[in-house]
Design a protein around this ligand. Sequence first.
Ligand code: F6P
Length: 370
Amino acid sequence: MRQPIRRIAVNTGGGDAPGLNAVIRAVVLSAERRGWEVLGIRKGYEGLLDTSKTMPLNRDSVRGITHLGGTILGTSNRGDPFRMPAKDQGDSGGALSTVDRSDEVLQNFRRLGLDALIAIGGDGSMRIAKGLADKGLPVVGVPKTIDNDLEGTLVTFGFDTAVTVASEAVDRLHSTAEAHERVFVIELMGRYAGWIALHAAIAGGADAALIPEIPFDIDSVCRKIMDRESKGRHFSLVVVAEGATPIDGALSTKGSQEGGRQPLLGGLGETVARQIQERTGKETRTVVLGHLQRGGTPTPRDRILALRFGAAAVRVIAERRSGVMVALDPPLVRTVPLADATRRLKTVPLDSDTICTAREIGLCLGDEWE
Ligand code: F6P
């Protein structure tokens, strides 16, 4: 007969997203109701390699955190146990290489007397969770990312907050753009997917939105701006996702990052603004919203989704299921295999109703418009 579940762990990995604390709270409260203990793993997966980075969680530790941004467990986007940075001793002159320390994770998991792990994170964290599940560690994933680019779930928590903050920025820039008859370029997050930029541009009534899914032609954007000029609209708002690229052009980056991490994106807003000013003669300014989209209070919608995901993950463990991720499939929260959630990124489908709507209300997407 199988041993009853006594002790589970929870961690938060990758870039933070508003709603992480709400998931943790739901996990702890639902687990306590079942008589289980909960151990918080600090800084992503690091606490499973260095067990001093763990903390017991109970009703008191999660009191009053539903509305707080960040994560009480800390997070990291560097600690992949399958590819931990290690200093090469040999001929490579101290260059960073990686070592697989996933066996240590499994040993520590057993040593800590854990029965299951709830891993909250984005695509990177879900891939690690899948790797650990494949090695026999019971794990349930909870999807998080402001970018909303995780396959398998209609939406991730954090996205609604990011869109809310970004739309408000577009709203606020409207009045000052109109007052000064300027063009504003607003650079938003979105490395591979344009969900935030597209939604904020539509909700905020911007004039153009450049997203990674549609390589853009700057002349198309300038035509839109000049068309507005000819109709007496002497200001324009152009939203760009940081990961958008010009036709035949490359990603705008601020250089590489250590430890094999993806290059730091940035600079597209400035480039687009300069090109618009050169081509149209209109004074053009740039606003980069950056981490404002990730910090602070989650919207009520994100809080509720996060709480639902946390409670659902505990239910899944009680059913002795593993290797799955909880996912929103309205009106239900269901599960999808981690293998399905990590196969590819969820980008904006070009035939989606949202893209059609954008085009039909006259939003220029950097390709042909009219
Ligand atoms: O994955 C979410 C995200 O916000 C991306 O859009 C962005 O490129 C990245 O995180 C920035 O991460 P960091 O805070 O590590 O620079």
